[in-house]
Write a protein that binds this ligand. Structure first.
Ligand SMILES: [Zn+2]
Length: 347
C-alpha cells in the first residue's frame, strides 16, 4: 500500500513481496538505509545508487555512540537523515520528476516518520522532515519519492551493502564531519529510552547497597535465598491468587502446619491430624511421608525423586516444580480461601 504527501510509504506483508517490489522499482535513485546495534555500539548508514548502476554513487555513515546510550531505533532514524542529506547532495532539483526510493528494513520508523506522532527519537525524525522540506516547491510527487520497507537479509545488493556499513558505523567509524548533515556534526544527546534504563539501573544499584547492609537481609537469606524474587512474576502468572498465597507461605517458612503453629502456641499439639500416626506435621512430613496424601503425592513424586528437601527453595524458584508443589499442598485441603485453617480441624 502506498500513501503519503511529499513522500509515499510502502510496506509489504511478506519478505518475498518486498524483494520483488525492489527489483521492479525503476527509480533513477535508490537509497538504502540501516541502523545497527553491533558489538556494543550503535551506528547508521545510507548508501545511494543511481541510474541502475550496481556500484554506489556514495555513502554516509555515522557512529551514534554506545548501545547503552542509543538504541538501534535511533540508528534507523539517523539512517533516514543520512538519506535526506544524500538526496540534497546528489538529486538536487530532480525531486518529483525522477523516481527516488529510500529503503529501510524498519517498519516502525516508516510509520513514525509518516504519521509524526510523538514518540522516541522524535527530534531525529523532525530533522529528516526539515531536510526534505525544501523539496516541497519542486513539483513533489509522492509516487516518485517513496520510503519503502525491505526485508532484512533480503540478499538485495544495496541492502547488504548498507548493513555492512552500518555495522562499521556501530564499531565507531563515521564519515568525516564536514560531509555530514549539521545535526550529526556534534554528538547526539543520550536517547530517552537509554536514560530511563540508566535511571532504573542506578536505582537498582542504590537499592542493592541499602539491602546488603539491612538487618532484614540476613534474616531473609535464612528463609529464602532467592529473595527479592526476580522471577516471581513468571513463577506466579499461572497461579490463582489462593495458590500464590500458599507459595508465599511456603517460601517464607510460614506454612500453618501444626508443628509451626504449636511453636507459636496456636495449636494444642504439633502432630499431624491427617494420618494420626503420631508424626509431627512438618513440611517434610506433608510432602514426603504422610500416608493420608498418598494419592495427591503421585503427581509430586517425580519432582521429589530428583531433589531432596534441602533444595526446596530452589524447587520453589522453578515455575514448573513450584506449580506442582503448590497444587499438591492445595490438594491436601489444609487451606480454605487462602487463609489458615483452624489448627485443630480434622481433615
Ligand atoms: Zn500425617
Amino acid at each position: 500500500m502506498t500513501k503519503g504527501r511529499i513522500f509515499g510509504t510502502t510496506i509489504h506483508s511478506t519478505r518475498e513481496e518486498s524483494i520483488e517490489a525492489e527489483s521492479n522499482d525503476m527509480s533513477t535513485t535508490k537509497i538504502f538505509t540501516d541502523g545497527s546495534g553491533f558489538e556494543g555500539g550503535a551506528g547508521a548508514a545510507a548508501v545511494i545508487y543511481q541510474n541502475g548502476s550496481p556500484t554506489p554513487t556514495s555513502s554516509l555513515k555515522y557512529h551514534l555512540g554506545k548501545l547503552k546510550d542509543h538504541s538501534t531505533y535511533e540508528g534507523e532514524a539517523v539512517g533516514l537523515i543520512l538519506a535526506a542529506w544524500l538526496i540534497r547532495l546528489y538529486c538536487k532539483n530532480k525531486i518529483g520528476t525522477e523516481g527516488i526510493s529510500i529503503y529501510t528494513d524498519c517498519q516502525s520508523v516508516i510509520d513514525s516518520v509518516y504519521d509524526m506522532k510523538p514518540g522516541p527519537s522524535q527530534y531525529l525524525l523532525n530533522e529528516f522532515h526539515a531536510l526534505i522540506a525544501s523539496f516541497t516547491n519542486l513539483g513533489n510527487n509522492p509516487s516518485k519519492f517513496t520510503i519503502n520497507w525491505i526485508s532484512v537479509h533480503s540478499q538485495v545488493n544495496g541492502n547488504e551493502q548498507v548493513d555492512k556499513e552500518a555495522k562499521e558505523a556501530a564499531q565507531g567509524i563515521s564519515t568525516p564531519k564536514i560531509f555530514l548533515p549539521p545535526l550529526l556534526q556534534c554528538p547526539l544527546p543520550t536517547g530517552k529510552s537509554a536514560l530511563l534504563q540508566q535511571a532504573k539501573e542506578t536505582r537498582t544499584v542504590k537499592w542493592r547497597a541499602l539491602w546488603e547492609t539491612s538487618p532484614r537481609n540476613k534474616r531473609m537469606k535464612k528463609i529464602d535465598k532467592d529473595f527479592p524474587y526476580t522471577k516471581f512474576g513468571k513463577l506466579t502468572n499461572k497461579l490463582m491468587r489462593k495458590q500464590t498465597s500458599i507459595l508465599i507461605q511456603m517460601r517464607t517458612g510460614h506454612l500453618p502446619l501444626n508443628d509451626y503453629l504449636y511453636k507459636r502456641k496456636l495449636a494444642q499439639l504439633p502432630n499431624c491430624n491427617a494420618c494420626l500416626g503420631g508424626h509431627k506435621e512438618t513440611l517434610e512430613h506433608l510432602l514426603k511421608e504422610c500416608i493420608a496424601y498418598k494419592e495427591q503425592r503421585k503427581n509430586l513424586r517425580k519432582v521429589l525423586r530428583e531433589r531432596s528437601l534441602a533444595d526446596f527453595s530452589t524447587m520453589l524458584s522453578d515455575p514448573k516444580r513450584a506449580r506442582l508443589i503448590v497444587k499438591f499442598v492445595e490438594g491436601t485441603k489444609h487451606w480454605t480461601n487462602g487463609y489458615m485453617r483452624n489448627p485443630d480441624q480434622q481433615i
